[in-house]
Design a protein around this ligand. Structure first.
Ligand code: HEM
Length: 117
């Protein structure tokens, strides 16, 4: 029996596992290998804490950040599959479902804004 996402530590835990999967996947890891993770990961923690726990700590423009990345249509299902499997393997409950659903909606919006598809 798994528990739901409840604390900032839970957010940190799933974000770290998610990034391990992204970094291990040769189809997509070229986008992440040159990142300064010490700077990047706290942004990811605060983004998901803001969405799921209402901490309101994330103040940046994440859509703008992705404009410089030359993402391809095929990158989105890969990113989403790693996100969803990370959550399903480690948590369960309403917040977990909400995280997956929000990730899908934001990814669709992002893909449309960046690629028009
Ligand atoms: C194809 C899918 C995606 C890929 C390959 C991807 C990749 C990346 C990369 C490489 C960065 C770092 C950019 C930089 O700092 O220069 C980044 C930032 C970020 N990504 Fe994504 N991303 C994807 C989709 C998403 C989605 C769907 C979300 C949210 C649900 C998201 C949330 C974020 C956040 C919060 C940041 C930090 C932005 C900031 O504050 O600067 N990403 N992403």
């Amino acid at each position: 029996m798994l528990s739901d996402i409840e604390t900032e530590n839970d957010v940190k835990l799933f974000s770290d596992i998610f990034y391990q999967k992204l970094l291990a996947d040769e189809r997509i890891n070229h986008l992440f290998l040159n990142l300064n993770l010490e700077e990047h990961m706290p942004r990811i923690y605060s983004f998901w804490s803001t969405i799921l726990l209402g901490t309101l700590s994330y103040k940046r423009n994440m859509m703008e950040t992705h404009q410089h990345l030359s993402l391809k249509k095929e990158d989105f299902p890969i990113w989403l599959r790693h996100f969803e499997s990370t959550l399903r393997e480690n948590f369960e409950g309403d917040k977990t479902d909400e995280a997956i659903s929000r990730a899908n909606t934001i990814a669709m919006t992002m893909r449309y804004k960046l690629l028009g598809v």
